[in-house]
Ligand binder design. Structure first.
Ligand SMILES: Nc1ncnc2c1ncn2[C@@H]1O[C@H](COP(=O)(O)OP(=O)(O)OP(=O)(O)O)[C@@H](O)[C@H]1O
Ligand SMILES: [Mg+2]
Length: 333
Protein backbone atom coordinates (compact mmCIF):
# COMPACT_ATOMS: atom_id res chain seq x y z
CA UNK A 1 0.00 0.00 0.00
CA UNK A 2 1.02 3.60 -0.52
CA UNK A 3 0.37 5.45 2.71
CA UNK A 4 0.64 9.11 3.69
CA UNK A 5 1.10 9.96 7.37
CA UNK A 6 -0.58 13.28 8.23
CA UNK A 7 0.62 14.97 11.42
CA UNK A 8 1.26 18.29 13.15
CA UNK A 9 4.82 18.60 14.39
CA UNK A 10 5.61 19.65 17.94
CA UNK A 11 7.84 22.72 17.55
CA UNK A 12 10.08 24.65 19.90
CA UNK A 13 8.86 28.25 19.81
CA UNK A 14 9.42 30.33 22.92
CA UNK A 15 7.11 33.09 21.63
CA UNK A 16 4.13 30.76 22.13
CA UNK A 17 2.51 29.71 25.46
CA UNK A 18 4.25 26.70 27.09
CA UNK A 19 1.38 24.34 26.25
CA UNK A 20 0.85 25.61 22.68
CA UNK A 21 2.25 22.50 20.96
CA UNK A 22 1.35 19.95 23.66
CA UNK A 23 -1.15 18.11 21.47
CA UNK A 24 1.24 17.87 18.51
CA UNK A 25 3.59 14.98 17.75
CA UNK A 26 7.35 14.75 18.12
CA UNK A 27 9.81 13.73 15.43
CA UNK A 28 10.44 10.50 17.38
CA UNK A 29 6.76 9.57 17.07
CA UNK A 30 6.62 10.42 13.35
CA UNK A 31 9.78 8.37 12.73
CA UNK A 32 8.48 5.46 14.80
CA UNK A 33 5.22 5.32 12.84
CA UNK A 34 6.84 5.64 9.41
CA UNK A 35 9.44 3.02 10.42
CA UNK A 36 6.70 0.63 11.53
CA UNK A 37 4.72 1.16 8.32
CA UNK A 38 7.84 0.43 6.24
CA UNK A 39 8.67 -2.67 8.26
CA UNK A 40 5.22 -3.98 7.37
CA UNK A 41 6.11 -3.62 3.69
CA UNK A 42 4.26 -0.43 2.75
CA UNK A 43 5.46 2.79 1.14
CA UNK A 44 5.00 5.82 3.31
CA UNK A 45 5.50 9.55 3.11
CA UNK A 46 5.05 11.82 6.15
CA UNK A 47 3.29 15.16 5.63
CA UNK A 48 3.32 17.96 8.19
CA UNK A 49 -0.11 19.45 7.75
CA UNK A 50 -0.09 22.91 6.23
CA UNK A 51 -3.34 23.48 4.50
CA UNK A 52 -2.73 24.75 0.97
CA UNK A 53 0.19 22.30 0.74
CA UNK A 54 -2.00 19.42 1.87
CA UNK A 55 -4.44 20.01 -1.00
CA UNK A 56 -1.69 20.23 -3.59
CA UNK A 57 0.02 17.11 -2.19
CA UNK A 58 -3.12 15.02 -2.62
CA UNK A 59 -3.84 16.56 -6.03
CA UNK A 60 -0.40 15.43 -7.24
CA UNK A 61 -0.02 12.15 -5.34
CA UNK A 62 -2.43 9.29 -5.17
CA UNK A 63 -2.33 7.22 -1.98
CA UNK A 64 -4.21 4.10 -0.88
CA UNK A 65 -4.62 5.24 2.71
CA UNK A 66 -3.84 8.14 5.00
CA UNK A 67 -2.57 7.30 8.47
CA UNK A 68 -3.97 10.30 10.27
CA UNK A 69 -2.67 11.58 13.58
CA UNK A 70 -3.06 15.30 12.78
CA UNK A 71 -4.42 17.33 15.67
CA UNK A 72 -5.42 20.19 13.36
CA UNK A 73 -4.75 23.88 13.41
CA UNK A 74 -7.19 25.66 15.71
CA UNK A 75 -10.71 25.85 17.04
CA UNK A 76 -13.29 23.38 18.28
CA UNK A 77 -13.25 21.27 15.14
CA UNK A 78 -9.50 21.17 14.62
CA UNK A 79 -9.16 17.39 14.86
CA UNK A 80 -11.70 17.07 12.06
CA UNK A 81 -9.93 19.38 9.63
CA UNK A 82 -7.78 16.75 7.90
CA UNK A 83 -10.52 14.07 7.84
CA UNK A 84 -12.95 16.64 6.36
CA UNK A 85 -10.49 17.38 3.54
CA UNK A 86 -9.94 13.66 2.99
CA UNK A 87 -13.71 13.01 2.95
CA UNK A 88 -14.04 15.73 0.31
CA UNK A 89 -11.23 14.21 -1.77
CA UNK A 90 -12.60 10.68 -1.17
CA UNK A 91 -9.32 9.41 0.27
CA UNK A 92 -9.60 6.69 2.95
CA UNK A 93 -7.97 7.34 6.30
CA UNK A 94 -7.31 5.53 9.58
CA UNK A 95 -9.15 6.30 12.77
CA UNK A 96 -12.36 8.05 13.63
CA UNK A 97 -14.28 10.14 11.15
CA UNK A 98 -14.87 13.87 10.93
CA UNK A 99 -17.98 13.69 13.07
CA UNK A 100 -16.67 11.54 15.95
CA UNK A 101 -13.44 13.53 16.20
CA UNK A 102 -15.39 16.77 16.61
CA UNK A 103 -17.74 15.17 19.11
CA UNK A 104 -15.00 13.66 21.30
CA UNK A 105 -13.16 16.98 21.41
CA UNK A 106 -16.25 18.50 23.01
CA UNK A 107 -16.17 16.96 26.47
CA UNK A 108 -19.54 18.29 27.67
CA UNK A 109 -21.43 17.12 24.58
CA UNK A 110 -19.78 13.70 24.85
CA UNK A 111 -20.79 13.53 28.52
CA UNK A 112 -24.42 14.28 27.61
CA UNK A 113 -24.36 11.28 25.28
CA UNK A 114 -22.73 9.11 27.95
CA UNK A 115 -25.42 10.10 30.46
CA UNK A 116 -28.12 9.23 27.90
CA UNK A 117 -26.45 5.81 27.50
CA UNK A 118 -26.30 5.30 31.28
CA UNK A 119 -22.49 5.33 31.22
CA UNK A 120 -21.26 6.91 34.48
CA UNK A 121 -19.45 10.23 33.98
CA UNK A 122 -18.85 12.87 36.67
CA UNK A 123 -21.73 15.30 37.26
CA UNK A 124 -20.96 18.55 35.53
CA UNK A 125 -21.91 22.06 34.51
CA UNK A 126 -20.74 24.21 31.61
CA UNK A 127 -19.85 27.88 32.16
CA UNK A 128 -20.02 30.08 29.09
CA UNK A 129 -19.96 33.54 30.68
CA UNK A 130 -18.53 32.86 34.12
CA UNK A 131 -21.48 34.62 35.78
CA UNK A 132 -23.83 31.61 35.84
CA UNK A 133 -25.01 30.30 39.19
CA UNK A 134 -23.30 27.14 40.36
CA UNK A 135 -25.66 24.17 40.33
CA UNK A 136 -26.16 23.47 44.08
CA UNK A 137 -26.29 19.70 43.39
CA UNK A 138 -22.60 19.62 42.47
CA UNK A 139 -20.40 18.40 45.32
CA UNK A 140 -16.91 19.83 46.04
CA UNK A 141 -14.10 19.15 45.30
CA UNK A 142 -14.74 20.19 41.72
CA UNK A 143 -12.31 20.34 38.80
CA UNK A 144 -12.38 23.09 36.17
CA UNK A 145 -11.22 22.23 32.64
CA UNK A 146 -11.30 23.82 29.21
CA UNK A 147 -14.15 22.03 27.40
CA UNK A 148 -12.30 21.41 24.15
CA UNK A 149 -8.63 20.74 24.83
CA UNK A 150 -6.44 17.65 25.10
CA UNK A 151 -3.05 16.76 26.63
CA UNK A 152 -4.38 18.22 29.90
CA UNK A 153 -3.93 21.75 28.51
CA UNK A 154 -5.21 24.26 31.04
CA UNK A 155 -5.39 21.64 33.82
CA UNK A 156 -3.21 22.18 36.89
CA UNK A 157 -3.65 21.24 40.53
CA UNK A 158 -5.07 24.77 41.08
CA UNK A 159 -8.03 23.68 38.96
CA UNK A 160 -9.21 21.35 41.72
CA UNK A 161 -11.23 23.64 43.95
CA UNK A 162 -13.00 23.37 47.29
CA UNK A 163 -15.03 26.56 47.37
CA UNK A 164 -17.07 28.85 45.10
CA UNK A 165 -14.58 31.71 45.16
CA UNK A 166 -11.72 29.58 43.80
CA UNK A 167 -14.09 27.91 41.37
CA UNK A 168 -15.13 31.19 39.71
CA UNK A 169 -11.51 32.39 39.60
CA UNK A 170 -10.50 29.27 37.66
CA UNK A 171 -13.57 29.44 35.41
CA UNK A 172 -12.70 33.04 34.47
CA UNK A 173 -9.07 32.07 33.79
CA UNK A 174 -10.15 29.29 31.44
CA UNK A 175 -12.64 31.55 29.63
CA UNK A 176 -10.03 34.24 29.04
CA UNK A 177 -6.93 32.12 28.32
CA UNK A 178 -8.50 29.35 26.26
CA UNK A 179 -11.34 31.42 24.72
CA UNK A 180 -13.85 28.65 25.20
CA UNK A 181 -16.39 27.43 27.72
CA UNK A 182 -15.24 25.94 31.03
CA UNK A 183 -16.33 22.48 32.08
CA UNK A 184 -16.77 22.03 35.82
CA UNK A 185 -17.14 18.50 37.12
CA UNK A 186 -17.03 16.57 40.36
CA UNK A 187 -13.53 15.39 41.16
CA UNK A 188 -13.43 11.58 41.37
CA UNK A 189 -10.81 10.68 43.93
CA UNK A 190 -9.99 7.02 43.17
CA UNK A 191 -7.66 5.17 40.82
CA UNK A 192 -6.69 6.67 37.45
CA UNK A 193 -7.21 4.22 34.60
CA UNK A 194 -7.09 4.37 30.85
CA UNK A 195 -8.46 1.79 28.42
CA UNK A 196 -7.30 1.19 24.87
CA UNK A 197 -9.59 -0.22 22.22
CA UNK A 198 -8.25 -1.56 18.98
CA UNK A 199 -10.35 -2.90 16.16
CA UNK A 200 -8.41 -5.38 14.10
CA UNK A 201 -10.92 -7.81 12.69
CA UNK A 202 -12.60 -8.06 16.05
CA UNK A 203 -12.90 -5.30 18.62
CA UNK A 204 -10.21 -5.76 21.21
CA UNK A 205 -10.09 -4.12 24.64
CA UNK A 206 -6.42 -3.99 25.64
CA UNK A 207 -5.19 -4.66 29.19
CA UNK A 208 -6.22 -1.73 31.38
CA UNK A 209 -3.47 0.72 32.34
CA UNK A 210 -3.44 2.10 35.87
CA UNK A 211 -1.41 5.24 36.45
CA UNK A 212 -0.32 5.52 40.05
CA UNK A 213 0.83 8.96 41.19
CA UNK A 214 1.67 8.05 44.79
CA UNK A 215 5.44 8.30 44.15
CA UNK A 216 4.98 11.87 42.84
CA UNK A 217 3.77 13.27 46.18
CA UNK A 218 6.88 15.42 46.77
CA UNK A 219 6.26 17.22 43.47
CA UNK A 220 2.85 18.38 44.73
CA UNK A 221 1.23 16.87 41.61
CA UNK A 222 -1.22 14.06 42.29
CA UNK A 223 -3.16 13.48 39.07
CA UNK A 224 -2.60 13.66 35.28
CA UNK A 225 -2.18 17.45 35.18
CA UNK A 226 -0.54 19.23 32.24
CA UNK A 227 2.72 19.40 34.19
CA UNK A 228 2.59 15.66 34.90
CA UNK A 229 1.99 14.85 31.22
CA UNK A 230 4.53 17.31 29.86
CA UNK A 231 7.37 16.32 32.23
CA UNK A 232 6.44 12.67 32.77
CA UNK A 233 9.58 10.69 33.66
CA UNK A 234 11.51 13.72 34.97
CA UNK A 235 13.15 12.47 38.16
CA UNK A 236 14.41 15.90 39.32
CA UNK A 237 10.86 17.21 39.29
CA UNK A 238 9.65 14.02 40.97
CA UNK A 239 7.20 13.38 38.15
CA UNK A 240 7.62 9.64 37.68
CA UNK A 241 4.24 7.92 37.96
CA UNK A 242 4.14 4.13 38.17
CA UNK A 243 2.36 2.26 35.40
CA UNK A 244 0.55 -0.96 36.16
CA UNK A 245 -0.63 -2.81 33.09
CA UNK A 246 -2.79 -4.76 33.61
CA UNK A 247 -4.25 -2.56 36.34
CA UNK A 248 -4.52 -3.90 39.89
CA UNK A 249 -8.27 -4.52 39.90
CA UNK A 250 -10.56 -7.30 41.03
CA UNK A 251 -12.16 -9.16 38.16
CA UNK A 252 -15.58 -7.57 38.64
CA UNK A 253 -14.16 -4.04 38.49
CA UNK A 254 -11.98 -4.95 35.51
CA UNK A 255 -15.04 -6.18 33.67
CA UNK A 256 -17.03 -3.04 34.52
CA UNK A 257 -14.17 -0.75 33.41
CA UNK A 258 -13.75 -2.56 30.07
CA UNK A 259 -17.49 -2.52 29.55
CA UNK A 260 -17.86 1.26 30.01
CA UNK A 261 -14.85 1.90 27.75
CA UNK A 262 -16.32 -0.23 24.98
CA UNK A 263 -19.74 1.36 25.34
CA UNK A 264 -18.13 4.81 25.24
CA UNK A 265 -16.16 3.90 22.09
CA UNK A 266 -19.40 2.80 20.43
CA UNK A 267 -21.54 5.68 21.70
CA UNK A 268 -19.11 8.22 20.23
CA UNK A 269 -18.78 6.19 17.03
CA UNK A 270 -15.00 5.79 17.23
CA UNK A 271 -13.21 3.72 14.60
CA UNK A 272 -10.03 1.60 14.69
CA UNK A 273 -8.56 3.02 17.89
CA UNK A 274 -9.55 4.95 20.99
CA UNK A 275 -8.40 5.52 24.55
CA UNK A 276 -10.94 6.18 27.29
CA UNK A 277 -9.82 7.90 30.51
CA UNK A 278 -11.57 6.65 33.61
CA UNK A 279 -11.47 7.22 37.37
CA UNK A 280 -12.85 4.91 40.02
CA UNK A 281 -14.85 6.28 42.92
CA UNK A 282 -14.63 4.87 46.43
CA UNK A 283 -17.11 2.12 45.55
CA UNK A 284 -15.03 1.14 42.48
CA UNK A 285 -17.63 2.56 40.09
CA UNK A 286 -15.83 3.58 36.87
CA UNK A 287 -16.51 7.15 35.80
CA UNK A 288 -15.61 8.07 32.21
CA UNK A 289 -13.76 11.39 32.04
CA UNK A 290 -13.39 11.49 28.26
CA UNK A 291 -12.50 9.51 25.15
CA UNK A 292 -9.48 10.17 22.91
CA UNK A 293 -9.92 9.02 19.30
CA UNK A 294 -6.37 10.26 18.50
CA UNK A 295 -4.41 8.86 21.44
CA UNK A 296 -0.68 9.61 21.60
CA UNK A 297 1.46 7.00 19.82
CA UNK A 298 4.91 7.85 21.14
CA UNK A 299 6.48 4.36 21.34
CA UNK A 300 8.13 5.05 24.71
CA UNK A 301 6.01 7.66 26.48
CA UNK A 302 2.40 7.28 25.39
CA UNK A 303 -0.22 5.30 27.27
CA UNK A 304 -1.66 3.49 24.24
CA UNK A 305 1.50 1.65 23.12
CA UNK A 306 2.13 0.57 26.74
CA UNK A 307 -1.25 -1.20 26.67
CA UNK A 308 -0.53 -2.75 23.26
CA UNK A 309 2.83 -4.08 24.53
CA UNK A 310 1.06 -5.60 27.55
CA UNK A 311 -1.23 -7.39 25.08
CA UNK A 312 1.86 -8.93 23.46
CA UNK A 313 1.96 -6.65 20.42
CA UNK A 314 5.02 -4.99 18.98
CA UNK A 315 4.82 -1.33 17.98
CA UNK A 316 4.59 -2.23 14.28
CA UNK A 317 1.76 -4.70 15.01
CA UNK A 318 -0.19 -1.89 16.61
CA UNK A 319 0.32 0.41 13.61
CA UNK A 320 -0.51 -2.40 11.16
CA UNK A 321 -3.70 -3.28 13.11
CA UNK A 322 -4.92 0.30 12.70
CA UNK A 323 -4.18 0.22 8.95
CA UNK A 324 -5.87 -3.16 8.46
CA UNK A 325 -8.92 -2.09 10.42
CA UNK A 326 -9.27 1.05 8.29
CA UNK A 327 -8.69 -0.97 5.09
CA UNK A 328 -11.71 -3.12 5.88
CA UNK A 329 -13.89 -0.01 5.53
CA UNK A 330 -12.49 0.93 2.12
CA UNK A 331 -15.20 1.52 -0.41
CA UNK A 332 -17.89 1.30 2.26
CA UNK A 333 -18.36 5.00 2.99
N1 LIG B 1 -13.57 14.67 37.13
C1 LIG B 1 -12.31 14.33 37.39
N2 LIG B 1 -12.00 13.68 38.53
C2 LIG B 1 -10.72 13.34 38.83
N3 LIG B 1 -9.69 13.63 38.03
C3 LIG B 1 -9.95 14.28 36.87
C4 LIG B 1 -11.27 14.66 36.48
N4 LIG B 1 -11.19 15.28 35.29
C5 LIG B 1 -9.88 15.29 34.94
N5 LIG B 1 -9.13 14.71 35.90
C6 LIG B 1 -7.67 14.54 35.89
O1 LIG B 1 -7.11 15.38 34.91
C7 LIG B 1 -6.55 14.60 33.84
C8 LIG B 1 -6.79 15.27 32.50
O2 LIG B 1 -8.18 15.40 32.30
P1 LIG B 1 -8.87 15.00 30.93
O3 LIG B 1 -8.54 13.60 30.59
O4 LIG B 1 -10.29 15.36 31.00
O5 LIG B 1 -8.12 16.05 29.98
P2 LIG B 1 -7.48 15.96 28.53
O6 LIG B 1 -6.77 17.23 28.32
O7 LIG B 1 -8.53 15.63 27.54
O8 LIG B 1 -6.49 14.75 28.63
P3 LIG B 1 -5.71 13.94 27.47
O9 LIG B 1 -4.27 14.25 27.70
O10 LIG B 1 -6.01 12.51 27.83
O11 LIG B 1 -6.20 14.37 26.15
C9 LIG B 1 -7.19 13.23 33.98
O12 LIG B 1 -6.41 12.22 33.40
C10 LIG B 1 -7.29 13.12 35.50
O13 LIG B 1 -6.05 12.82 36.11
MG1 LIG C 1 -7.51 12.58 29.22
Amino acid sequence: MKIALTYNLKKKDTTKPADYFSECDSEETINAITGAIRRKGHNVEAIDVEYPKLFSYFRKNSVDMVFNIAEGKSGKFRESEVPAILDYLKIPYTGSDTFSLALALNKALTKKILKAENIPTPNFQVFIKGTEELNPDLRFPLIVKPNCEGSAKGISKLNVVNNTEDLFKRVKDILSVYKQEALVEEFIEGKELTVGILENGKTRVLPILEIDFSDCKNSGEYFYSWKMKEYQGNKELGLVPTFHCPARLDSETEKAVKDVALRTHRAVGCLDISRTDIRLDKFNVPYVLEINPLPGLDPKESNFPIMAYAAGMKYEDLIEAIILSASERKGLN
